[in-house]
Design a protein around this ligand. Structure first.
Ligand SMILES: Nc1nc2c(ncn2[C@@H]2O[C@H](COP(=O)(O)OP(=O)(O)OP(=O)(O)O)[C@@H](O)[C@H]2O)c(=O)[nH]1
Ligand SMILES: [Mg+2]
Length: 309
């Protein structure tokens, strides 16, 4: 496996591509920066680390003149793509057909050149207040079916994102980056099994930049609990970001208790890379959890050792 991954992020102008990458980078306090974003001129590159890999995001400015430029010389832009993220502004109904045409043109390049690339399509600007809008949900369902039926030989994942829901952004990129190694499957099994063993609500493994390496949630989360869950994941993300900025590495345990629940963040190192486990569980299960946690950590470190080259 090549250790540099090229992630193309494309879509029409104003779809929200640069906003997504800014939100991913900042995780908090990014609203002002996003308000001041200008249309991207040609391509902007952003580099990030994921496990042992370097990921380079190609933020492809979406104005028509740039789209024409990319499609005229597609080898320069779309060859050797490891992951293709396509952003559709689900709120801009008038431009959806245009957006689908652009997507088709890029896909045509991949098909003609026998490039089998994993694809994530995100229906963006799916802000919390529009999630219950029937029309938007219907549009999403129709586009999904249409794309799935057309590109049956491609591995395509669909997502909904909003910059007002930072976790949706983190998940978008995390899922994309985890397709690069089958060992993620092993990790995922371990996390799922442990979630049940610990009887916890959520169990998430982050790397030090706050990218989710693997995660599992209990299926029967009560609605009130769900909000607490999201808030505490956000808090953990912010904490990781601050720790990264301040190069603060000692003492990785954070315990926070609210009502009957505990949120717990634990940091550990594997081959010089920092990881964090974030979990939420009932206070009454804490002792049993703490008893099993060190064994779980050993298992987790073993799997991660295999993942990091
Ligand atoms: N409501 C809402 N607005 C968003 C969201 N994400 C981005 N925006 C807004 O969409 C506008 C365009 O965002 P950009 O990120 O600059 O769009 P882009 O896709 O990079 O555009 P180009 O660089 O021209 O291709 C900005 O005004 C953002 O504030 C979102 O999740 N919800
Ligand atoms: Mg842009």
């Amino acid at each position: 496996m090549d250790n540099v991954i090229k992630v193309i992020i494309a879509g029409l102008d104003n779809a929200g591509k640069t906003s997504i990458l800014t939100a991913l980078d900042k995780k908090y306090d990014f609203r002002d920066e996003i308000m001041q974003l200008k249309p991207t001129i040609k391509v902007k590159y952003r580099r990030t680390r994921f496990l042992n890999m370097d990921a380079v995001f190609w933020d492809m400015g979406g104005q028509e003149k740039y789209r024409e430029m990319y499609l005229k010389d597609p080898d320069v832009y779309f060859s050797e793509t490891s992951l293709f993220i396509y952003v559709i502004d689900i709120r801009d109904k008038e431009k959806i057909e245009d957006s689908l045409s652009y997507f088709e043109l890029v896909m045509q390049y991949f098909i003609n050149n026998n490039i089998d690339v994993p694809i994530i399509i995100t229906f963006h600007k799916y802000d919390p207040e529009v999630r219950s809008f029937e029309e938007i949900n219907e549009d999403i369902a129709i586009i999904r079916e249409r794309i799935k039926d057309t590109y049956t030989s491609f591995n395509i994942l669909f997502q909904q994102t909003s910059i007002y829901d930072v976790i949706s952004i983190v998940q978008l990129v995390s899922y994309g980056l985890s397709v690069f190694d089958k060992k993620f499957f092993e990790l995922s099994l371990l996390i799922e099994k442990s979630l049940n063993d610990f009887n916890c609500t959520s169990l998430i493994l982050f790397d030090q930049t706050g990218i989710i390496v693997s995660e599992f949630y209990n299926e029967d989360i009560e609605p009130g609990m769900y909000i607490y869950l999201l808030e505490s994941i956000k808090e953990h993300l912010f904490l990781l970001k601050r720790m990264e900025e301040e190069e603060y590495t000692h003492d990785h345990d954070f315990l926070d208790i609210e009502n009957e629940y505990i949120s717990y963040l634990h940091g550990f190192e594997v081959k010089g890379t920092l990881f964090f486990i974030s979990t939420i569980l009932k206070a009454q299960d804490k002792d049993a959890f703490m008893e099993k946690f060190s064994d779980f950590l050993v298992e987790m470190q073993n799997v991660l050792r295999g993942l990091i080259k």
